[in-house]
Write a protein that binds this ligand. Sequence first.
Ligand code: SAM
Length: 348
Amino acid sequence: MKNKEIILKLQSNRALEEGEWIQIFDTFDDEDLRFAMDLAREITIERFGKKIYFRGIVEFTNVCKNDCYYCGIRAGNSNCARYRLDEEDILACCEDGYAHGFRTFVLQGGEDPHYTKEKMCHIVRSITERYPDCAVTMSIGELDRDYYQALYDAGAVRYLLRHETADAEHYALLHPASQTLESRMRCLKDLKEIGFQTGCGIMVGSPHQTNLHLAKDMMFMADFKPEMVGLGPFIPHRDTPFRDEAAGSVDKTLMVIALTRIMLPNALIPSTTALGTAEAEGRQKGVLAGCNVVMPNLSPLEVRKKYMLYDGKVGTDMSAEAGIRTLRAQMEEIGYEVIVARGDFKRR
Ligand code: SAM
């Protein structure tokens, strides 16, 4: 079967065989990419219009107990100047964001034991009490089910936890032995069962990734049916074991985004900062490939440069307001409108 036929089969079946995924990733050309992006964009516009949700991300701690080999804020990076924001700082970011029209706050951080269940739930409760019309999304890694449940009970409604790869051997090449795919999958299952709108995802072109791994990622997502999917290219960081590895390709990332949209038409898919870092027009291209969310940074300017997951991360020298202005202009440039709404997942 030709790649285009396989892509149309994906549209009707919402799933493909392993061999079909591998064929696309092994052989797709510019025309196949254009075909997939056009179809993905049509599907997105049909469901969401030319409207992009925006979420304010507050990177509230870069302290992390984990040592993921790809990540600039890994515990082993002694060149990373660490910081933590307290509840008051986080609420100030939300206040700023609310005034600029944000109705979702994403609290993201390293896995930092300083933020106990009680502390974190208090923060979530303070935000939801102060801004009852806003959604709180968490992205703070692997936790006990109890902790997840407590966050949900405190009012958080979404959780982002990329699975990073659905292949256990590949997972072991990206993380030390203390971190396992089994544990990551347990977390994702718990999050869904508790009732969170749950996000998984991968870095495209992460070291040692093969097209078989990508096929497994797509098959995992077909089965797991995440409400959100985070997809960006891998970008090396100079203070990590992967400093000399090649960055992921933008075109392949766009292909994965487009295929994900075709497979999961209702999903919330952000056009990521990594995509905008890999290429100046990356975030616009992400939208043209089926993304429908952007996540401007609401973190205080003083800490931005310290949340360096990879080299060259864009937006670290811009105030929250300037960052929003830039993103809005980027979206308008391609005929899209950034909208003020919570933008919850809906089965249509
Ligand atoms: N600690 C939480 C977690 O692990 O889910 C949230 C923060 S973590 C830094 C957020 C995401 O950043 C990871 O899931 C990973 O995919 C991405 N990331 C980390 N290092 C990266 C790199 N070098 N290039 C691209 N993305 C990266």
